[in-house]
Design a protein around this ligand. Sequence first.
Ligand SMILES: [Mg+2]
Length: 221
Amino acid sequence: MVNWSDIDTILLDMDGTLLDLHYDDVIWNDVVPREYARLAGLTHEEAWRKLYVETMETATRLDFYDVEFWIEATGLDLERVHREQTHLLRYRDGVRDFLTAARASGRGAYLATNAHPISLDVKDSVTNIRELVDGTFSSHAFAAPKEDPAFWRGLGDALDFDPARTLFIDDNEGVLTCAEQVGIGHLLSIRQPNSAKPARDDSAFAALAHFHDLLPIEPRE
Ligand SMILES: [Mg+2]
């Protein structure tokens, strides 16, 4: 699946790639519309539509990932909402073994995430994910989401890496497409980002079923 002699650097999405997307799915598709519906006197369906259809008509893609934007839009304490659901946070199978092997091989492994710092901090407080990687890059620091070439220019300024010799794993097709356009050489999607939903087989990219499929990792030359 990956020829490790072609790879020097590993970039990893967090939600739906290293962590089970079930956590975010429950928060954004169940808890937030439910609490907003109660606050605004709407049905769940009306609340969902108001937030994710009407509000998104004028919002940017980075707004979509911005917890502070949604605090403003809903009036909800979304840090509390994130903390109340942390029992749903878990690593996808094989992730810890993969990260240990990747770093032992002499390659840098970095988080490249659209997660907002509020969400990232809650996730890190439960999973210690920052300790398992060599660095963390959030699109909010570059003012551009991973779907935008500006994110990759910002990352290129912040991290010394050769795109052609980089492996990037992400469960989002739009993000992978942008990464391909900016010259990231090795791309993988994720077969089942959310453990509570069926696996997908519609990715335009090679899809990773299990992180153990990437082992063993030969030492970097
Ligand atoms: Mg993701």
